[in-house]
Design a protein around this ligand. Structure first.
Ligand SMILES: [Zn+2]
Length: 531
C-alpha cells in the first residue's frame, strides 16, 4: 500500500518564542530556521511580521530555505477592508512562501473578545484567505480554540474552518489553544471535521497543558489529519506545544505510523535529532532535559545489575528503539564499555583512526569523564573534544604560549560626566623565540582579553584573521560542593565552518580564557598552520 504524506509544521520561532525566558534574536532565528530546514521540516513558521522589529526584519528579505517559510498574523480586523488594515497589509508584503492566519473558532470569543458577529468573522476569514492567495501565497488558517469552540457551538466552529477551506486555504489547522482537550475528544472531533474537510487539508496544533500534546497530535492523525504543528523540545507558553523531537522519531520508528506515512525527515537526518535538540537548549542557555524521550542523556541509560549483561548481549531486550537512530547512545552505568565505543565512534567521525585496543582510548575516556564530572560538556563543545583527543594522540603542535595576561576593569566618570566601565587586557605571548606583548580595550573583560589575544600572534596571525566569535554563553553550575562557571564560545571562520569550545573554572575570566584559547588553536589546527 502506498504511504501517505504527513506534513510537519514547526512553530518554535513563533509560538515557541512565547515561552517564558525565551527571546530569540534575528541571528538566533536564522540559525534555528536553517537547522529545521536541514532536518527536513516542511513548514517553518518564523514569526509575526509587524508585531516586533525582530520578526519584521526576518521577513524583510527573502530567506532561502527549502522548507515553506511561513509568516503568522491575524485575519483582517472586523469592520475594516483588507487594504485598510495596516497589519494585514504588512503581513501580505512579508517575504514568505506561506501565510498562516489565526481566527477565532469559538463563538464566545467572537462575541466577547472581538466584539463582532459570527458572519463578520467568517467574512474576515474569506477576505484574508483570498487576499493572500491573490499575492501568490500558500494559505493556512489556525482555528483558535477550535476544540472548546466545537464543544460549545459545533456549527460555528466548523463554518470557520470551512470558510477558509472553501476559499482555497491549503490547510485548516485545529488548535487546542488552552491545551485541555483529551486524546479521545481530539480523535472524535477531528473525525467529525474530516467528514466535511478532507483530512489531507487538516492540521493539528496541540498545547501541552495535560501533558498530552504529543498524544493529541497522534490522535488527530489517526482521525485523518495530515499536518502536525509543534516545536523543538516542546517549547511554548505555559506547559509548551507538542514536542516535535518526540513526534518525529515516533512517526519514523513505530510501525503503526511508519508503515502508513512518509515525512520529510530522512533516516540520516533523524540521527541528528539529539544534536538539534541540544543545540536549541544551548542557544537558550538551558540544561538539556536528561529524561527527554529519545534524546535525553538518560533515555537509553540502564543501571547496573541484571540488565547490564543482557543489554550487552542483546540491546533490543531493554530498548524500545535503537539509540543510534536518533543520534543518542546507549549508556551502561556499570562499565565503560559503551563509553569506549562512543569515544571510538567520535574519533572516527573526526578522522582520527586508532586501534580499538589502544590504551590511549581508555585514557581519553577517563579524561573526558573526569572533566565532565567537574562541568565540561563535550557533546556540545565539539572542537574542545577534538583538541583533547588530538592532544592525547600527540597531534597538536605547540604553536604558542601565553606567558601571562592581565585584565583590568575600571569604572570612572568620563569627560561628559557619565559613569563608564572600561576593560583593558594585556597579554604576553611567546611564539617561537619571539615574545609579543599586546594590549586592548574592550566592552567587557572577556572582549578585551579576546582582542588582545588575537591582536598579534606573530607568524600565526595570518591563519586567524578570518576567525570570528559568534556567540558567548555563560552558565553557573553546581559541580560537587562549589559553584563553577562554564563558558561556551561559538566561533566561525571565512569558510563558514562553526565550532564550539568550552572552559570551566570557578573564575569566569579563566573559563573564558580556556575557551578562547581552544578556539584559536582549533582554527590553527584546522588551517594546517605549521608548528
Ligand atoms: Zn499555540
Amino acid at each position: 500500500m502506498p504511504r501517505e504524506r504527513l506534513y510537519l509544521f514547526d512553530t518554535t520561532l513563533r509560538d515557541g518564542a512565547q515561552s517564558n525566558g525565551v527571546d530569540f534574536t534575528l541571528a538566533d532565528k536564522l540559525v534555528i530556521a536553517r537547522m529545521l530546514d536541514e532536518l527536513g521540516i516542511d513548514y517553518v513558521e518564523a514569526g509575526y511580521p509587524g508585531a516586533n522589529p525582530t520578526d519584521t526584519n526576518f521577513f524583510a528579505e527573502k530567506r532561502p530555505l527549502r522548507a515553506c517559510l511561513t509568516a503568522f498574523g491575524m485575519t483582517r480586523r472586523p469592520g475594516r477592508s483588507v487594504s485598510n488594515d495596516p497589519g494585514l497589509v504588512a503581513l501580505l508584503d512579508a517575504q514568505a512562501d506561506a501565510i498562516c492566519f489565526v481566527a477565532k473558532s469559538w463563538d464566545y470569543h467572537v462575541r466577547v473578545a472581538l466584539e463582532t458577529t459570527e458572519d463578520e468573522m467568517l467574512a474576515s476569514i474569506r477576505d484574508s484567505v483570498r487576499a493572500a492567495k491573490a499575492k501568490g501565497r500558500e494559505v493556512l488558517l489556525d482555528c483558535e480554540h477550535f476544540f472548546d469552540g466545537y464543544k460549545a457551538n459545533p456549527a460555528y466552529a466548523l463554518s470557520s474552518a470551512k470558510a477558509a477551506y472553501d476559499e482555497g486555504a491549503r490547510w485548516v489547522v485545529l488548535c487546542d489553544t488552552n491545551g485541555g482537550t483529551l486524546p479521545h475528544e481530539v480523535e472524535k472531533i477531528v473525525g467529525e471535521v474530516c467528514k466535511v474537510i478532507p483530512g489531507d487539508h487538516v492540521g493539528i496544533h496541540a498545547h501541552n497543558d495535560t501533558e498530552q500534546a504529543v498524544a493529541n497530535s497522534f490522535a488527530a492523525v489517526r482521525a485523518g489529519a495530515r499536518q502536525i504543528q509543534g516545536t523543538l523540545n516542546g517549547l511554548g507558553e505555559r506547559c509548551g506545544n507538542a514536542n516535535l523531537v518526540s513526534i518525529i522519531p515516533t512517526l519514523k520508528l513505530k510501525p503503526e505510523f511508519s508503515q502508513h506515512f512518509d515525512i520529510g525527515v530522512p533516516d540520516e537526518k533523524l540521527q541528528t535529532l539529539a544534536h538539534v535538540s541540544h543545540t536549541l537548549d544551548e542557544m537558550l542557555n538551558r540544561a538539556p532535559d536528561r529524561h527527554a524521550p529519545y534524546v535525553g542523556e538518560s533515555a537509553f541509560a540502564t543501571k547496573a545489575g541484571i540488565h547490564a549483561s543482557a543489554i550487552m548481549k542483546e540491546p533490543a531486550t531493554y530498548e524500545h528503539v535503537a539509540p543510534e537512530t536518533v543520534g543518542n547512545h546507549r549508556k551502561l552505568l556499570v562499565s565503560d564499555q559503551s563509553g569506549r565505543s562512543n569515544v571510538l565512534a567520535e574519533l572516527e567521525r573526526i578522522g582520527l583512526s586508532v586501534d580499538k585496543d589502544d590504551p590511549r582510548v581508555v585514557r581519553l575516556l577517563d579524561e573526558v569523564k573526569d572533566r565532565e564530572a567537574i562541568g565540561y560538556a563535550y557533546e556540545t563543545a565539539d572542537a574542545s573534544f577534538e583538541l583533547l583527543a588530538r592532544r592525547m594522540l600527540g597531534k597538536v603542535p605547540h604553536y604558542f604560549e601565553v606567558e601571562k595576561f592581565d585584565v583590568n576593569v575600571e569604572q570612572r566618570v568620563n569627560a561628559k560626566g557619565d559613569r563608564v566601565t572600561v576593560s583593558l587586557a594585556v597579554v604576553k605571548v611567546k611564539v617561537g623565540d619571539d615574545v609579543l606583548i599586546s594590549a586592548s580595550e574592550g566592552i567587557g573583560p572577556v572582549n578585551a582579553l579576546d582582542l588582545a589575544l588575537r591582536k598579534d600572534l606573530g607568524k600565526y596571525q595570518s591563519f586567524i584573521t578570518g576567525l570570528e566569535l559568534t556567540d558567548y554563553r555563560v552558565r553557573i553550575l553546581n559541580a560537587g560542593t562549589e559553584a563553577v562557571t562554564r563558558v561556551l564560545i561559538e566561533s566561525a571562520d571565512e569558510s563558514g565552518e562553526h565550532w564550539t569550545t568550552i572552559g570551566v573554572s570557578p573564575n569566569i575570566i579563566d573559563a573564558s580564557f580556556q575557551a578562547l584559547m581552544d578556539s584559536i588553536i582549533y582554527k590553527l589546527v584546522k588551517s594546517g598552520a605549521p608548528a
